[in-house]
Design a protein around this ligand. Structure first.
Ligand SMILES: [Zn+2]
Ligand SMILES: [Zn+2]
Length: 215
């Protein structure tokens, strides 16, 4: 498996490419913008996009979704509880001072809690983790048969911080429940790729994150 994460779009959302090397297929997580950059990285690996999935539906995580879909015909997916956010992209754009909102993608089936999306030998396990938005999801990514897991946490958990809950449908108590109940159930060494900023591990956040520390 190749995992490539890089800042994309106006707010520096971390876009992640999950690539199965054998089938040369990819899932793109959170194409927030910078389509050319995303396409160049996919081309470097010769990877064909099979799905575009989103940790949540804030505009900085979906900015290049429609354009990427146009070039790839890949299925674009969000959680149903974030559907309302996709329908207010123009309002999100004006609130965040981002000018013209991006065109709308054709959304495929909703992401389901506990669903596994497979790509060759790679499994992406969907964890519905509401709080930052009602439809926020984290993705547990692993090569089948291997222990090691990487979590794509979106804006749910950050290094030493947690996602804001003052935007549409945010719920701080739900966010804490999601982190403690679902993310912290995974092994401490698990690497976490956050929606913005640097990576961390679940163990480090359990020990020292002031919002969700458990010991
Ligand atoms: Zn967000
Ligand atoms: Zn974000």
């Amino acid at each position: 498996m190749i995992l490539e994460s890089f800042a994309a779009g106006p707010l520096g959302c971390n876009c992640t490419l999950v690539i199965d090397e054998t089938t040369k297929t990819a899932i793109v997580v959170d194409p927030g913008g910078d389509l050319a950059k995303i396409e160049a990285r996919l081309a470097k690996h010769g990877a064909v996009v099979k799905a575009i999935v989103h940790t949540h539906t804030h505009i900085d995580h979906v900015g290049a979704t429609a354009d990427l879909q146009r070039g790839t015909r890949a299925a674009a997916r969000i959680h149903e509880a974030d559907q309302f956010l996709y329908s207010i992209l123009p309002i999100q754009a004006s609130l965040l001072g981002m000018g013209t909102p991006p065109p709308s993608a054709e959304l495929d089936t909703w992401l389901q809690d506990d669903e596994v999306i497979s790509l060759g030998a790679v499994d992406l396990h969907v964890l519905h983790t509401p709080g930052h938005t009602p439809g926020s999801c984290c993705f547990e990514v692993r090569t089948r048969g291997e222990e090691q897991v990487v979590v794509l946490a979106g804006d749910t958990l950050f290094q030493q911080s947690v996602g804001r809950t003052d935007l549409w449908g945010g719920d701080h108590d739900a966010l804490l429940r999601s982190i403690r109940g679902k993310l912290f159930a995974l092994p401490d060494p698990t690497r976490v790729i956050c929606g913005h900023g640097p990576d961390t591990t679940l163990g480090a956040e359990k020990r020292t994150n002031p919002f969700v520390r458990v010991r």
